[in-house]
Write a protein that binds this ligand. Structure first.
Ligand SMILES: NC(=O)c1ccc[n+]([C@@H]2O[C@H](COP(=O)([O-])OP(=O)(O)OC[C@H]3O[C@@H](n4cnc5c(N)ncnc54)[C@H](O)[C@@H]3O)[C@@H](O)[C@H]2O)c1
Length: 255
């Protein structure tokens, strides 16, 4: 059933993925389902979530639990996490994946829009961790993987709010790793390069952009959501039992 490595430690583990309906998140959900984990995900896109669930069901996989929520509203996020915990049991793996890479010029940004960028790209990662860590500690440990980005490392312009939030994911990861390590909770982040999700292809991929990417990456192929999902699954598994406080780049050798 699994196309790739099998991690026995993930079987029956309760996994929560934010932003799991599409893009990299959907691939992460699928990879955990293929590991026979008990998977729940939250997203605001109900149509995409339903399509993913139908696809996984057609593939003969256990159907993940889904709760619709706008995770910029922390009360909504907490309610959705509680509901998934109620459905599946104690959450011991959290994948903080949701984000929104909308472009914006410096002059267009209002204080409200800035706060909104932090809310959709950073704030929920902390509050999701806050909502699950006690259960992880009671279970004897857990794993949190935060999705960052190389955007701020490669000097990409055009979205300062997104890039600032994504650089802060590194600091959040290292801060949580320090505080939660005493409970055997590992916290790492995975920083994707340019990954060819449908959204990226539809919105940003041009022949010129692709040529530039091929010039910059060591590896001369376009990266797929599964390239990131496989690394996320590894960091969630007991194979990475000694790995915490780290930020791992998956960009084909761009940075
Ligand atoms: N695709 C890339 O090239 C790339 C590059 C660097 C980093 N990343 C990071 O990887 C992660 C996944 O990226 P992606 O490209 O798959 O993103 P995406 O935009 O394709 O998908 C994000 C998911 O989050 C959901 N979401 C967005 N806002 C939400 C909200 N307010 N409430 C609930 N759900 C919400 C969306 O509906 C979607 O399903 C993100 O953290 C992103 O920053 C992606």
């Amino acid at each position: 059933m699994v196309d790739g490595a099998v991690y026995p430690s993930l079987q029956d583990r309760v996994v929560l993925v934010t932003g799991g309906a599409s893009g990299i998140g959907a691939s992460i959900v699928e990879h955990f389902c293929r590991q026979r984990a008990r998977v729940g995900f939250v997203d605001c896109d109900i149509e995409a979530a339903d399509a993913l669930i139908a696809r996984l069901s057609d593939a003969g996989l256990a159907v993940p639990a889904f709760r619709a929520c706008d995770l910029t509203d922390i009360d909504e996020l907490r309610t959705a996490i509680d509901a998934i915990r109620h459905d599946l049991g104690r959450i011991t793996v959290l994948i903080n994946n949701a984000a929104h890479d909308e472009r914006h010029t410096i002059d267009s940004v209002t204080p409200e829009y800035w706060d909104d960028r932090m809310a959709v790209n950073l704030r929920h990662q902390f509050f999701a961790a806050q909502a699950v860590w006690h259960g992880m500690a009671e279970a004897g440990g857990g794993a949190i993987v935060n999705l960052g980005s190389v955007s701020w490392m490669i000097g990409q312009g055009g979205m300062p709010g997104y890039s600032a939030a994504k650089s802060a994911v590194v600091g959040l990861t290292r801060s949580l790793a320090r505080d939660l390590g005493v409970h055997n909770i590992r916290v790492n982040s995975v920083l994707p390069g340019w990954i060819m999700t449908k959204r990226q292809i539809d919105k940003w991929l041009t022949p010129e952009g692709e040529a530039e990417l091929m010039k910059n990456q060591c590896l001369k192929r376009k990266l797929e959501p599964a390239d990131v999902a496989r690394v996320v699954v590894f960091f969630a598994s007991d194979e990475a039992a000694a790995c915490t406080n780290q930020n791992y780049i998956v960009d084909g050798g761009w940075v």
